[in-house]
Design a protein around this ligand. Structure first.
Ligand code: OSB
Ligand code: MG
Length: 370
C-alpha cells in the first residue's frame, strides 16, 4: 500500500483552563496533526512539540520544517508496511524526535487500519484496561490546588501529579499531605532545580511521593544519578529520555528508578516499544506521559499503555478536562474507577472529526506523490 498523500494541519484549541508548569503557562494548545493517506485509508498522528522550545528544543515551527523538508519526502510514494518495518526514514536526521513521532504514529495507525486490527494489538499490547492518573498545573493558591485534587479524586483518577517549582513545592506538598495523607501523589518539576537544591529535594522524602519527575536539567543523566543516590523518593525521568539509548544509559547508571515514556517525545511508537522492552528486561517500571494531546495523540498513548510493563497510572486524563470540544469521535471517557477501556475498532479506534479539524487549522498543507 503506497503512501499517496500526507496532510499536515497546524491546529489551535483553546484550553478550558490555562495550564502552568515550571517553564510556562499556556491557554491554547497548538499542535501539528499528520494524516497519511493510502488507498482511501487515513492514518493519523500528532506532534507533541509546543509553541515554544521550553519543554524540548523542538517547537511547532521546527517540527513542521523537519516534516515538510526531510521526513515527508522520505515517505511519500513508499509502501506503508515496509516503512513501518524499517522505520529508517529518519535515519540521517539528528534529534527532532517529536517531528518523527508525528509521522511514525500516523504510519502505525494506517498499518493497523490496513490490517483491520486495533492499534494496541499491532503494538503487542495485552491489557484490556488502562489506569489513568491526572496532572494538575501550578495554581493561584494552595486552596485552589486542594480543591482541584478533591475534584479529580472524586472523578476516579488513580493518582495525582502536581507540578512544582522553587517556591511552589515544600509548603504546597505539606498542605496537600495534611488534607490528603494517603492519596497516591507525585510531583513533576520539569527541570526547575539544580544539584544545589539537593537538600530541598531530599526534604521531599517526608511526603511519601510515588516519584519525583524530572527534577534536574533535561539532558543531565549524570546529575540525576547523583541526586537519586541521596534520595529515597524514586526519580522518574521524562525530558531526559529522548530515545532508547538514553533509556539504556539511565538504567545502567541508575539515573532514575522509573521512566515516563511519551511516544511523541521519543520518535513514535516503534521507539516507545523499544524503550518499554528494554525497561521490562531491566526491571524498570514505566508509565505513559502526556503532552495535553488532542484525542488523536491521546488515543495513541492509550494503545501504547496496554503493553505489559506500563505498570503505573499514566497521564491519560480525558481530553474533555482540557478542551470544550475534542477532535475525535467518540469522546474518550474514563470510568468512575479511573480506567480507560481501549477501543477495539481498527487503528487508533476513534474517528477524527475532519470538519472540525479543518475549522481549527491555521495552516494546512497537502503533500502528494507525483
Ligand atoms: O512534563 O509531563 C509533563 C504537559 C505539558 C508539558 C509537559 C508535561 C505535561 C504533563 C501532562 O504534565 C499533562 C497531560 O497530558 O495530561
Ligand atoms: Mg513531565
Amino acid at each position: 500500500m503506497k503512501v499517496e498523500q500526507i496532510v499536515l494541519y497546524l491546529v489551535q484549541l483553546p484550553l478550558l483552563q490555562s495550564f502552568e508548569t515550571s517553564f510556562e503557562r499556556i491557554s491554547t494548545k497548538t499542535a501539528i496533526l499528520a494524516e497519511v493517506r493510502a488507498e482511501s485509508l487515513s492514518g493519523w498522528g500528532e506532534c507533541v512539540a509546543d509553541r515554544d522550545p521550553f519543554y524540548s528544543p523542538e517547537d511547532n515551527t521546527t517540527a513542521w520544517h523537519i516534516l515538510e523538508d526531510y521526513l515527508i519526502p522520505e515517505v511519500l510514494g513508499k509502501p506503508s508496511d515496509t516503512l513501518l518495518k524499517h522505520l529508517e526514514f529518519a535515519g540521517k536526521i539528528r534529534g527532532n524526535r517529536m517531528a518523527r513521532g508525528a509521522l511514525a504514529s500516523a504510519l502505525w495507525d494506517l498499518e493497523a487500519k490496513r490490517r483491520g486490527i486495533p492499534l494496541w494489538d499491532l503494538m503487542g499490547g495485552s491489557r484490556n484496561r488502562v489506569a489513568c492518573g491526572v496532572s494538575i498545573g501550578i495554581q493561584e493558591s494552595p486552596e485552589k490546588l486542594s480543591a482541584k485534587i478533591a475534584e479529580e479524586m472524586a472523578a476516579g483518577y488513580q493518582r495525582i501529579k502536581i507540578k512544582i517549582k522553587p517556591g511552589w513545592d515544600l509548603k504546597i506538598l505539606e498542605h496537600i499531605r495534611c488534607l490528603f495523607p494517603d492519596i497516591p501523589l507525585m510531583a513533576d518539576a520539569n527541570s526547575a532545580y539544580t544539584l544545589a537544591d539537593r537538600d530541598r529535594l531530599r526534604s521531599m522524602d517526608q511526603f511519601g511521593l510515588l516519584m519525583l519527575e524530572q527534577p534536574l536539567y533535561c539532558d543531565d543523566l549524570y546529575e540525576h544519578h547523583l541526586l537519586q543516590q541521596t534520595l529515597e523518593t524514586p526519580v522518574c525521568l521524562d525530558e531526559s529520555i529522548r530515545h532508547c539509548r538514553d533509556a539504556r544509559a539511565a538504567v545502567a547508571m541508575e539515573a532514575c528508578r522509573i521512566i515516563n515514556i511519551k511516544p511523541g517525545r521519543v520518535g513514535g511508537p516503534d521507539e516507545a516499544i523499544r524503550i518499554h522492552d528494554l525497561c521490562d528486561e531491566s526491571g524498570m517500571p514505566v508509565w505513559c506521559g502526556g503532552m495535553i494531546e488532542t484525542g488523536i495523540g491521546r488515543a495513541h498513548n492509550i494503545a501504547l499503555s496496554t503493553l505489559r510493563n506500563f505498570r503505573m497510572p499514566g497521564d491519560i486524563s480525558a481530553p474533555g478536562r482540557y478542551f470544550a470540544e475534542d477532535i475525535i469521535d467518540p469522546e474518550i471517557k474514563i470510568d468512575p474507577g479511573g480506567w480507560i477501556t481501549p477501543s477495539n475498532s481498527p487503528g487508533i479506534g476513534y474517528e477524527p472529526r475532519k470538519e472540525l479539524i479543518e475549522k481549527i487549522s491555521c495552516t494546512r498543507k497537502v503533500f502528494a506523490d507525483r
